[in-house]
Design a protein around this ligand. Structure first.
Ligand code: P71
Length: 457
């Protein structure tokens, strides 16, 4: 059959509260145009993030009941550790309450002033954790990864030439670790090819630099490799994922994505000495090494989720969802990052609202309009999230892409929900000439998108 269905039945439902355009205008004003500050109850379709928003399976809920809540050495920890070891091959497994806790521990140990940490593209929390250690976060994605229209199949790839150049310029001694984000979230959820992971590895090997995967969406990346890279079509996604991890020395993981849970993460690696130091930090900030800030039940749910996320029927449905939305937007001439990513559709705000310059946050203006029009909550990934003001000149330094991400919670929304989302996007697109630029009226010192306030120009 050609129709790819949601490969699950629904046995528990959560009602959606409907609101009117007028009500939503009021909610947005109360939130000073920051969608993070809107009560979820006042959102109809919540595509703010795919992080921690998955629906768990019956088997995961059963695991929740089985959770062993012993402080030390809980049975649930051993099940979790075994599953992470099976999929990643890394011997040292350290649970954390979410991805950024793993990042903070890793960069706290390896970062420091003068150090540079390259990646294809660091996500916001990763960049913030690197910069808070006084280190520099360098984004070295290939040129196609910055071209929304390019159909290159692996737009998340690292530019290995630029990586070599960086190593030559700053010296390998200043680069304690190199990251690869799979899939590349800030660049449109685009995958990294196995060939590119290997070539990155080879360059790093020559200079004795370890490679860590930011593995949030490792299963979606594995599925793209299966579908797009020659030689992988007949391999299982689990096998491909194992091969991806086998090229790295460790990983940080937000289990809130491809472990299909609502909270959790881990840091994993082979280096026993580094792991010993990481556990010492963990005990101070997160908890004892067999729970790391999580409940035993959370560890059970992660172990089960890591297994389920690699099921091919699930991944086929997952990737098809973004493709489906992409086909409808393409047909209507709405600009978005092509090909569609694994976990989201990213509208190309520069092309969508070319009359609004980056310093007036075109992505934020579109995100606000999607909310007012249809109660659809999305997330700006552009000048709000990654833009900076030059401290010398006061001019706006725009990131390479101005995007609005509509991220898809896993196993939560059906095809008719997405048909509704498409209708809302098309309506906002039809009225795009009336979108107005915005300005920031308040911003915190770091990660400003979470708490900034806005007004219209
Ligand atoms: C996402 C998030 C979480 C988020 C961020 C900003 C606004 C809303 C929601 C988190 C990631 C990620 C990558 C590649 C590390 C983290 C941190 N993403 N690396 O995409 O995408 O993980 O949230 O568990 O701490 O919405 P954490």
């Amino acid at each position: 059959m050609k129709t790819i269905i949601e490969p699950f039945r629904i046995k528990m439902v959560e009602p959606i509260r409907m609101t009117t355009v007028e009500e939503r205008r009021g909610f947005l004003e109360e939130a000073e145009h920051n969608l993070f500050l809107i009560a979820a109850e006042n959102v109809i379709i919540d595509l703010l993030t795919d992080s921690g928003t998955a629906a768990m399976s019956d088997a995961q809920w059963a695991g929740i009941m089985r959770g062993d809540e012993s402080y030390a050495g809980a049975r649930s920890f051993y099940r979790f550790q075994e599953k992470v070891q099976e999929i990643t091959g890394f011997t040292q497994v350290i649970p954390t309450h979410q991805g950024r806790a793993a990042e903070r521990i890793l960069f706290g140990l390896l970062g420091g002033p003068g150090r540079v940490i390259p990646s294809n593209t660091h996500f916001d929390t990763t960049r913030a954790n690197i910069e808070s250690q006084g280190s520099e976060a360098a984004d070295l994605v290939i040129a196609a990864g910055l071209d929304p229209g390019s159909l290159y199949p692996f737009k998340g790839n690292m530019d290995v030439g630029r990586l070599e150049e960086l190593i030559r310029r700053v010296g390998p001694g200043q680069i304690p670790v190199c990251m690869l984000t799979v899939t590349n979230n800030s660049g449109g959820g685009q995958p990294v090819s196995m060939d590119n992971i290997r070539r990155t590895r080879e360059v790093l090997n020559r200079h004795g630099i370890p490679l860590f995967l930011d593995a949030c969406r490792f299963a979606e990346n594995a599925y793209f490799i299966k579908r797009r890279e020659s030689g992988y079509g007949e391999r299982s996604c689990k096998d491909i994922a194992r091969e991806m991890f086998s090229c790295a020395d460790g990983c940080t993981m937000s289990a809130k994505k491809d472990a299909l849970v609502n909270i959790g993460g881990f840091l994993a690696m082979n280096d026993e000495e580094l792991a010993r130091r990481a556990r010492n930090v963990l005990i101070v900030t997160e908890g004892f090494p067999t729970y790391g800030g999580l409940a035993g039940r959370d560890l059970e749910a992660i172990a089960q989720g890591l297994e389920e996320v690699l099921h091919e029927d699930y991944l086929a449905y997952r990737i098809r969802t973004a493709e489906y939305v992409g086909e409808k937007l393409e047909a209507a001439g709405v600009p978005f990052v092509k090909p569609p990513g694994g976990h989201a559709i990213y509208l190309d705000a520069r092309a969508f609202a070319p009359h609004i310059p980056p310093r007036e946050f075109p992505g934020q203006a579109i995100a606000c309009a999607l909310y007012v029009e249809g109660g659809v909550r999305s997330c700006e990934i552009g000048s709000v999230m990654f833009g900076r003001t030059d401290p010398q000149t006061g001019t706006h330094l725009a990131p390479p892409l101005e995007l609005v991400r509509l991220a898809f919670p896993r196993r939560v929304y059906t095809q008719s929900h997405f048909d509704y989302v498409i209708e809302v996007i098309l309506k906002v697109h039809a009225g795009r000439s009336s979108l107005r630029g915005m300005r920031i009226t308040y911003e915190p010192p770091a990660l400003r998108h979470f708490t900034a306030r806005y007004g219209y120009r």
